[in-house]
Design a binder for this molecule. Structure first.
Ligand SMILES: [Zn+2]
Length: 400
């Protein structure tokens, strides 16, 4: 019997060491990621800004909808707006022969900027930088020479939506006019980042705290340039894609990202990996289940909800607004301590490990850490195979 226990302990030590060596990056990163003490829900909505004038009215409707709710501290729900500051100016390109942009301004997009300002003043909007354009202009121009659909899109710009462009071309930080995409020149990237941060500042009168890389394709050079320009936070889908592969899919994602994890030059990542796109059929029940899991994991729920849910037919818009209403109503009932705040504010709280929001006690941190590790399929499999599932489950139960 004694022999058996000695063998068991030895087995757990050896297999534990092997598991740790194999998955140490994720094991350590999950331990370091702050554990939230209360549920957090943020709606992250991209692609607003350049493009059709009809966006202004629906943003006004969203302001009225969100302002009707508040959390237990009296804060309204926040929809962060990933703003695109410019797009191609079709007529100017035709007459000049080269790329020309139309930057959003009080002249071109007065009502839209007013709606964003009103929402920001009421605390329901927070503008984040999505990009000067939702494409890399030289790549778009190159593609227009061989692709008739891009040429016809250019003819309809600046009113055409960038969502209609071939998906690889919607990536701003690679040249996807050929596939696999080509890396951009470093100096061009630095110049473009400088330009887009300055344009954001000119329109919104402050440096963007948060950026959302278009289609989540960007690399270390872009990241460094954003940090240098004063950006604090990058919204990620939990990893960094760096290019588009031969089939046009985002690729090159070696690196995973965790909330409040530091990237290049002290910039910090946030993770947006739950989705609520009513026009794609995502249901409120699924969103509530996603929120429930996030609460267990001590993580915020950053819901991705693009502007395309609110553009197009009246029916689609009404449906999306109604679904957001039901999502919020249900969430406030199911989680009375639910908190609403912006991604930028939340990032600061997590970086500072603010004890009011972030768990300091070892017991609950241990409990949540084990729960997080269970979400990693390979690690879970290894725990079952080696028997580590038993001690880990026991600690999880005892700390719960
Ligand atoms: Zn986008």
């Amino acid at each position: 019997m004694e022999m058996f226990f000695k063998f068991l302990i030895l087995w757990l030590l050896v297999s534990g060491a092997i598991i740790f060596l194999y998955a140490r990056r994720e094991i350590i990163a999950n331990w370091h990621e702050p554990v939230l003490r209360r549920p957090v829900l943020i709606i992250e909505s991209d692609d607003w800004g350049a493009g059709p004038a009809s966006q202004a009215a629906v943003l006004g409707e969203i302001v009225r909808l969100l302002a009707g709710f508040s959390d237990c501290d009296g804060h309204p729900p926040v929809m962060t707006l990933g703003v695109v500051l410019a797009t191609a100016d079709g007529a100017m390109i035709r007459s000049s022969g080269g790329y020309q942009r139309q930057l959003i301004s009080a002249q071109t997009h007065g009502p839209l900027l007013d709606a964003i300002r009103t929402g920001t003043d009421k605390g329901v909007f927070d503008a984040q930088l999505h990009g000067l354009e939702h494409f890399w202009p030289p790549a778009l121009m190159a593609a227009s020479e061989s692709d008739a659909s891009v040429r016809s899109w250019l003819d309809r710009a600046p009113d055409a939506c960038t969502e209609e462009l071939p998906s690889p071309l919607q990536s701003r930080w690679v040249d996807a006019s050929v596939l696999p995409a080509r890396t951009l020149n470093n100096a061009d990237v630095r110049q473009a980042v400088k330009e887009e941060v300055a344009a954001f500042q000119a329109i919104f009168e402050h440096t963007p705290d948060v950026v959302v890389p278009p289609t989540f394709v960007w690399n270390a050079v872009v990241e460094q340039a954003w940090a240098v320009a004063g950006v604090d936070v990058i919204v990620t889908p939990g990893r960094r894609y760096e290019t588009r592969d031969e089939s046009g899919k985002p690729a090159g994602s070696g690196k995973t990202a965790h909330n409040a994890q530091a990237g290049e030059n002290g910039i910090v990542y946030m993770v947006r990996d739950v989705y609520f796109e009513p026009s794609l059929g995502h249901t409120v029940a699924q969103a509530h289940a996603a929120l429930a899991l996030k609460v267990e994991l001590g993580q915020p729920a950053l819901f991705e909800t693009h502007r395309f849910n609110f553009l197009g037919t009246d029916e689609k818009r009404e449906q999306s607004l109604e679904q957001i209403k039901i999502l919020l109503q249900g969430a406030l009932i199911a989680w009375p301590s639910l908190a609403f705040l912006s991604t930028g504010k939340l990032a600061k709280i997590l970086i500072d490990r603010d004890p009011e929001w972030v768990e300091q006690g070892l017991r609950r941190r241990l409990h949540v850490w084990i729960r997080r590790l269970r979400e990693l399929p390979r690690l879970r499999k290894l725990a079952w195979l080696t028997g580590w599932i038993v001690p880990a489950g026991l600690v999880w139960k005892l700390t719960g």
